[in-house]
Design a binder for this molecule. Structure first.
Ligand code: SF4
Ligand code: SF4
Length: 398
């Protein structure tokens, strides 16, 4: 770390904060990285973030934004299921966060919910406090209910679809932040995408199922093979999306991939080399690394820091976070040598894990990422070729 600082690494300040306001859930999804992963530390966490922890967190956020001259930031009220926090506590948290940030800061508050508790009354409350709503849904009923079920085995699709109708058809449509969908290779990609589009979301985020070299995702083995089922799945979505763009729906992974191929640097995780700029605060005020690292080993998210004793600058200097701000220098030798790394970025950090080499590996999705990047690059190149050819020669080229 000292060497990195001496070599001129300047930590990037945080501009997004994930607050685990409730550490339990009312669903029992079978792929959940909170409750089904190797790390079971959620059991040690209080169920709800206490008002004192919310206050201290709000002060720390305000202090961090002020110290770095930031006037805009995002705060995601997360869980478990954040709506289990209760309406009064949720409203109080929103007030506390906004009051601490003050008028100078544009604070984007949102909840990421499984949707089953979204009622008209709750939407009124979220609207009153300017809290945007992101909903997790995996496509149509069969796709969704295969994984996203309650402890009683009952699928949640009907409840989520009803909640989405309330959100999208009524007066609260402006609160709709978008949909999160976890990819399952058994689902038809285009049908899944179209089922999501039926909710007219402003954005769709496709998440690859978490896995790593020790515990590969469904459909991938421990050894690298020629098959690229996830690239094939996303390519099918790409072709539908590219041929018939939905002007009002952003598909984040594809937008970001295109942006990276065109030389932009979207602030995204899972692709590219942008520094990680978000923090996770547990219900007891612990400052944690990304929840997805729970899939690696028990305790992987712990930093030993908390909002009571440490500021967010201390978190950014934590080796686990800092290493994710080093761009290409934070990658393993194989990825640094790979010509695709500026776009691929070695994939999601959690997917690089292997017990003997830690996170210094390519992603377990390496073959899929490489195939997807190449295919999209090829499509872009062929579509841009006539434009490039028609351009008048530059003075140097003439
Ligand atoms: S809704 Fe989210 S937190 Fe709850 S069980 Fe499902 S994946 Fe886990
Ligand atoms: S994960 Fe694979 S495709 Fe991506 S940068 Fe590393 S070696 Fe290249």
């Amino acid at each position: 770390m000292a060497a990195r600082l001496a070599a001129g690494w300047t930590p990037s300040p945080l501009h997004a904060f994930v607050l685990k306001v409730h550490s339990r859930c009312d669903l029992a999804c079978d792929y959940c990285y909170m409750y089904r992963a190797r790390d079971g530390s959620w059991r040690d966490q209080p169920r709800v973030m206490a008002p004192g922890v919310v206050e201290r967190t709000a002060e720390r956020i305000a202090e961090h934004l002020d110290a770095h001259g930031l006037t805009e930031a995002g705060v995601v009220l997360h869980g478990g299921e954040p709506l289990l926090m209760g309406d009064a506590a949720l409203a109080a948290a929103a007030r506390t966060l906004r009051a601490a940030a003050g008028d100078r800061v544009r604070l984007h508050l949102s909840v990421q919910t499984n949707g089953v508790r979204l009622t008209e009354r709750r939407l009124d409350l979220l609207a009153e406090h300017g809290i945007q709503v992101g909903v997790s849904v995996d496509g149509g009923r069969a796709a969704h209910d295969r994984h996203r079920r309650g402890a009683d085995g009952r699928g949640s699709h009907a409840r989520v679809a009803a909640a989405l109708r309330l959100l999208t058809d009524g007066p609260h449509r402006a609160l709709f932040n978008g949909l999160l969908c976890t990819v399952d290779l058994r689902n038809d990609p285009v049908r899944t995408y179209e089922a999501l589009l039926a909710h007219r979301p402003p954005s769709v985020d496709f998440l690859l199922p978490l896995g790593n070299w020790d515990a590969p995702p469904p459909g991938l083995g421990r050894a690298r093979g020629p098959a690229t089922p996830y690239a094939d799945w996303l390519w099918a979505v790409f072709e539908r999306w590219y041929a018939t763009p939905e002007p009002s729906t952003r598909v984040r992974i594809l937008d970001d991939l295109m942006a990276l191929l065109l030389g932009a640097t979207p602030d995204t995780e899972g692709l590219g080399l942008s520094p990680v700029r978000y923090a996770v605060v547990e219900t007891d005020g612990s400052l944690a690394q990304d929840d997805t690292l729970r899939t690696a080993y028990h305790g992987a998210t712990r930093t030993g820091l908390d909002v009571h004793r440490h500021d967010f600058d201390a978190l950014v200097r934590h080796p686990g976070i800092a290493a994710r701000q080093w761009g290409a220098e934070g990658l393993c030798a194989e990825c640094r040598a790979c010509p695709l790394h500026p776009v691929c970025g070695a994939g999601h950090y959690a997917t690089r894990y292997r017990h003997d080499t830690g996170f210094a590996n390519p992603s377990v999705y390496c073959a899929d990422l490489a195939a997807l990047v190449r295919r999209v690059r090829g499509r872009l190149a062929s579509d841009l070729a006539p434009v490039t050819a028609a351009r008048p020669p530059t003075p140097e080229a003439a």
